[in-house]
Design a protein around this ligand. Sequence first.
Ligand code: HPA
Length: 248
Amino acid sequence: MLAIIGGRGLTELASLEITHRQVMRTPYGEPSGAFLFGTLNQHEVIFLARHGYGHTIPPHMVNYRANLWALREQGVSGVVSVATVGGIRADLTPGVIVVPDQIIDYTHGRDSTFFDTRDTRYSNIDFALPYNPELRGRILRAASLVQQPCVDGGVYAATQGPRLDSIAEVNRYERDGADMVGMTGMPETALAMELELKYATLAVVVNYAAGRGDSQQGINREQVSAIASAAVERVRSILECLVSCDGS
Ligand code: HPA
């Protein structure tokens, strides 16, 4: 069974047939909201809204550890994160969907590991390939089957938020090699690996990052919402195919 963590604009999956909701508790506190158990194209999935169902939890306050711990407790076979990003690379224009393959962490002060006590044996996870290559491949295949073009690969810059970026910051991310910028990729990606969960991201470009394209004077929030809403259908069709094409 796959889990889907939905971000802005995908707090509810319109075609998810919900069978039940369950409030979860973990040693790390409560996840962002109740887990929605349901079926997508007749395949069981768990859905969780990363920012809560009223979109009230800002990126730096999401309880990433509780979210992933509780998903692992459910025995999910993988986690697909859906997230919105600002596009830095010239071809990552608003509306484009990307499956990133690398990430750079600019966040701070978040609970970023499960290995934070002296009494647990810790391991140094190998984060060379932060996203699960097999799950990435399945997402890309599903996208191609439903004829939803997706960009294969890109470097995600995970920033602290909740504010958007200055132009100088985006210039720095670009110099560092980042192709897109978002606020929720870390520590989620690393925590999933610590729990040995297969994890990949479907990133929806909802705006040009600051200083690029039409974001020279700032980011147009109405446009962001419109692009995010328009992308929901496309993301949904990819996810539907993903769960039914390989039976996970
Ligand atoms: N910057 C950071 N996070 C974002 C952006 C952005 O431009 N767009 C969506 N999430």
